[in-house]
Ligand binder design. Sequence first.
Ligand code: DCP
Length: 698
Amino acid sequence: MNAEDNRVIALIDMDCFYVQVEERENPENRGKPGCVVQYKKWKGGGIISVNYEARAQGVTRQMRGDEAREKCPDCILYRVPERRGKADLTKYRDGGKEVIDVMCSFGVCVERASIDEAYIDMTMVIDQTLPGCTATAINVEELPNTHFVGWENDTDDVKGVHGWLKALSKEDSKDNDWKLTLGAVLVEKMRAAIYEKTGFRCSAGIANNKMLAKLACGINKPNKQTVLPFTSVQDFFTTFPLKKVRNLGGKLGLTLREELQCTTMADITRIPEKILQERFDTKTGTWLYWYARGVDNDPVSSRRLPKSIGCNKNFTGLAALDSEEKINHWLEELCAEVSERLEKDRETNCRLAKLLTLTVRLEGDIRPYSYTRSIPLHSSYDKIRMAKSCLAVVMKENPCKQGNSKTPWVVTCLGVSASKFVDQLESSSRIDHFFTAKQCTIMSIEKEKLVNEEPLHRKDGLYDLHADQEDEEFEMAEIDNTPTETNPLNIIAPEYNMGQTSAVDKEIFRENKEKTGGSSSACLNGENNENVKKTGFFASRNFKKCAPIQHSFGEPIAHSSQVNPATHTTFSIEEIFPDLNEVDVETLALLPPHLRREVLKAIQSKQGKEGTDKFVVCDKCKEQFLKEEIEEHNDFHVASELQKELSLQPPTSSSSVSNLAGAKVVKKSSKRPLKNQKNATADTKRSRTIESFFGNPL
Ligand code: DCP
């Protein structure tokens, strides 16, 4: 864990976003109290966004529309539009995209985190600016809406922005403080540009990492920004409730609060690392140990598009779905919406989703529970096929049929979401393009056909904690707070498409970036750097245009769409895995089986007898695996058995191939393994493949 973090990260969060979108449509209402209510009309509808004028009069998000009116009779209630019998969030999503476009025009690395917030890594831009700065380079006028934690109370020159800038002008001031201040100036400019171009106001947090930036953002709202200097973190943490910290709101936070009696972040610092490791696991323990000290190495990943496109709908009370017909109807509605949005996304963003995930919540005999199942999407967004596949899952999972319940299912929520996007142009290219080189050791093996022979793969440890918490463009308006228990069996089908050079690029690039300790401001797409503005603040501060990131694999890897396999550089095992003692299992799982075996051989020959305990042989298929891989691999067998059980479409001799597990699987195209993110805390969750669950992939 790297405690030294000189990154400059911001979180920009729109203020009362849905209300602002409504007010932009109705400018005459600006300045008046207002809130957005869900489309359901009972008691005026549930409130999902409250503007600050209404908050000042006591209206909260926990109220219903009628209560808001009682508190504040002038409160304007905007209703979320409806389409296909459910909330239509198009205008809010489009508003969010407008904001992201403005951020991207600043040449910084932008990671869209939700419908109305984004992380920004400004390190590269700031590092270019810093050398041109002098002690007097920043004026207080450049920070009109900025607060510095630990420097509140702007009554004299000692505290507040004045005091901060005065301290900064001293000779012994820290580079890191300079960088955060320059970051704050840049964010002021961004927020002004967002307002000018979209009419929306926002707040921001600026710090050395994502966790601190997010936390800082909430301190002064609305239309303000807060810098959290690293030197103020420990003091700040003495009172800051841990449940408000990113990644600590869920089960992990609950364990810390209830079992380890921690209520503030500082409380965690009193627990030795070893104890944390014993209570959780080694990675989580170490991560928590540092997290409580304000350290978070989670990089800002360049992403301006949502990671998934989906929608869901609740069916509470009498509206609960209790027949196949009703479930089918709603699956068709949801799939129709997702399909339409996916088509729009394909046109606009030239990408294809490869995985469809269905979430179902049911009323259980004792308490509600839910499950999630995934289905491969193969180049088709046919809404009818999508709906049919989803229905097949629901029918299969009918607890009555499985003998797990006395009562027939009653579905209270359905969600359909598409994810695992790949570039449309690249979806036909194949991973073996990376291994065409003459000198490539691993290519000395006779080239095998690339087929779906990879075991499933899972992300391990720490990353699981962060499992896509903020990535989805999901429809919060449809979510209610009914407690549910997750079904322990989380069957998931692999996203089999070997053609995803971009995924390999990114994987290798990410690994490379981490190994070289590269600045996480490095954007996967170097084009962002070209967009850097040379005007205003930066022009006056000696700004130089950022050079594209260089890495050992060369430019084509970062720009995979331009990869020409014929001219591509050569690779050896060492280039992919520079340290065979530390092989990244995710990258390993991306390799075709024959290459994978070669890598394992190389590890063995390098480590000799000492390395033996790193491997296990699968009882079922006698194939060798690293210990970290075996759990996922076992899931693969479970899934294969399930597949046999289902036998929806028996494999034909021409299309079936042996996979690593020795199971027969039906495939038309080559595949790559799923990188299944799991929540480490939800250790009851298991992931199994149900490849060919539906015979024909979608
Ligand atoms: N939202 C929703 N359902 C919820 C919570 C939020 O649909 N349960 C929507 C409406 C919000 C938007 O998401 O406008 C962003 O949520 P935030 O939590 O960021 O809240 P706001 O932007 O409304 O207010 P704030 O200024 O506190 O960020």
